[in-house]
Ligand binder design. Structure first.
Ligand SMILES: [Zn+2]
Ligand SMILES: [Zn+2]
Length: 327
């Protein structure tokens, strides 16, 4: 399908700046009419043959420049439940990249040239979002040690505590990217996304962008979601166990009950810079403007890779019940 302008016949796209459908040719707002077309090999607008891979859900025709959404890739099992519409527009994304790298003296001049930057495209990356209710039970023996001196004698007092914790945690929409082309670690670093503005899926938000359907089913990618849940649960438990000088575990059991699953599309600006036969991909979170990538001048030092995302972003409600500590 394609979104055509009722006034001038141009290709209407979703404008993040205007938060509306916009015709760049006549500047019309919300002037779109949906034109459906089922073929996946031919442009609905000009009839040109399109080069697509099996996961492409939205693309740009190289000949007429129109943005096409493939009907069959947004319906049935491929219909997303949720979408985070782009909030950062192309001009803003370019500015963010310029600002990020302007200071770096050894960046090749062409890196930030208007011509190369203009090739940047926004893309909707497929994600699975998993909800879990988690029961986390822990028991162990903690010690607290007190030392003091009296005259020329040194005293040590060790107190032993029986420690029990029972955590009931709700994980809300743990994201796992479902695109093989996107590096998992890069996508994890794109977090956090602001879920408050998640919307029910609408095709119009895809107009003006590229897109992909999920490459892998949710079951296959679930171990990554569970791993994230486990990491956050561990961190949360450890926080409740601070204050002891030692802790010996007797029992530690985390049980995750999946109680929600969503297929969602998240916005990412992708900029690939070619320099001396090397590709330098940059990714900008299309919602928050966060940049992940490496500059040509510092091959080993991956900007942003060192950053770790604090684990509690996706804990919506946390209820911690601490059972008595008995001396
Ligand atoms: Zn128009
Ligand atoms: Zn075309």
């Amino acid at each position: 399908m394609i979104f055509k302008c009722q006034n001038c016949g141009g290709n209407v796209v979703y404008s993040p700046d205007k938060a509306a459908m916009y015709c760049p040719h006549c500047e019309g707002i919300e002037s779109q009419q949906k034109m459906e077309g089922n073929s996946e090999e031919v442009c609905v607008n000009c009839g040109a043959t399109l080069q697509l891979d099996e996961f492409t859900s939205a693309s740009k025709c190289e000949y007429c420049g129109n943005y096409i959404i493939f009907d069959k890739k947004v319906e049935g099992i491929y219909k997303p439940n949720l979408i985070l519409p782009f909030k950062v527009g192309k001009e803003k994304a370019k500015e963010i990249l310029k600002k990020e790298f302007k200071k770096k003296a050894f960046t090749p001049a062409s890196f930030l040239s208007e011509a190369t930057l203009d090739k940047m495209e926004g893309s909707y990356v497929p994600f699975w979002l998993y909800d879990y209710q988690a029961d986390f039970n822990f028991s162990g023996e903690g010690t607290k040690v007190r030392r003091w001196r009296s005259g020329n004698k040194e005293y040590t007092e060790t107190s032993y505590y029986h420690v029990e914790r029972e955590l009931d945690i709700d994980f809300d929409k743990i994201p796992v990217d479902a695109s093989n082309a996107m590096d998992d670690s890069v996508m994890d670093l794109m977090e956090p996304y602001d879920y408050k503005v998640l919307e029910d899926f609408q095709e119009k938000y895809m107009s003006g962008f590229l897109g992909e359907v999920f490459n892998e089913p949710s079951g296959k990618l679930e171990p990554r979601a569970k791993e994230k849940a486990k990491r956050d649960a561990d961190a949360l438990l450890n926080e409740t166990l601070s204050g002891y000088d030692s802790m010996r575990t007797h029992h530690r059991n985390l049980h995750l009950n999946k109680n929600g699953l969503y297929y969602a599309l998240f916005p990412v600006w992708v900029y690939t810079y070619n320099y001396r036969n090397e590709k330098y991909p940059f990714y900008i979170n299309g919602q928050t403007g966060k940049v992940i990538g490496k500059t040509p001048m510092s091959m080993q030092k991956l900007a942003g890779y060192a950053a770790t995302v604090f684990g509690f972003t996706f804990l919506m409600a946390t209820f911690i019940k601490m059972i008595m500590e008995v001396v």
